[in-house]
Design a protein around this ligand. Sequence first.
Ligand code: PHE
Length: 335
Amino acid sequence: LVEACAARLDRALALEELEAARVEFLGRKGQLAAVMSRLPGLDPDARREAGKAANAVKERLTALYDARLADLNRAAMDVALAGFDPTVPGYAPAAGSLHPVTLVTAEICKALEELGFSIVTGPEIETDYYNFEALNMPPEHPARDMQDTLYISDSIVLRTHTSPLQIRTMLARKPPVAVIAPGKVYRRDSDLTHTPMFHQIEGLLVDEGVSMADLRGTLTAFVRRIFGPKTNVRFRPSFFPFTEPSAEVDISCVLCGGKGSTAAGPCRVCKGTGFVEILGCGMVDPNVFDAVGYDTERYTGFAFGMGVERVTMLKYGIGDLRMFFENDIRFLSQF
Ligand code: PHE
């Protein structure tokens, strides 16, 4: 039996043949089992001897089978590895990267969180009340013009700015509040410098005794974190319905540093003015406090709002807004 089995195993060149041999000799209905099934018929002494011999044969067959299995497995591995050179460097899998707008949103939020603001978010589909009315824009206000706003229905809009989060936050919390609200906003606008969807980050701080000096100090500290410690800010009077007074904030030009010119001539980023606009801001209008039930005698506050695409373009020297939306890997993988 051992010899017959050994010969069969030697002839088995594939794992399937080996398995067939195992079934034939070692299987439950195999040749060894057949021999063993005759043992109970023998008288006790002969049975003991025959049983010992049968067990020895079984061990031998099993050892032969295991050895042949190892041989075949090794041979299969050799075939698989033939021509494979483990010292050849592999291909690095293409890894994705964060979109520059995502990256800069995170950076802006981190800078403001370090100054004590915490993040709030809200819906992109907003009611007229939060997007306009509570922000001191009554129904006939020109800022609600059908030109800019994407309407879902008479009273439901795609939010045109993140300022509704001012209202939602103040209705939900008592002062002091210090929040920032990043998110997508929508306007019916599409040309070289406008996209129908873009990103804003809103800031709101309300407490007793908050002044415009606090606003200026906060924004100065903020822009220095984002654009470097030499950056200066300039406030220009402006108008927003929900802040009074209102200002637009410029920072010293990211390219010429405020000089208005470079070695190549007049600065192309600031057009020679030395400053670039970065955000809108102001002191919260008392009408807004009235809308949310804050005591206008006791509390004052400031708010600001900036466009993330704009900040990103300034920070990285990107000249074309459309780059952010074209999904060109050659552009996106640079950040
Ligand atoms: N919401 C304004 C805009 O979209 C920006 C702004 C926010 C201005 C907060 C003042 C205060 O233009």
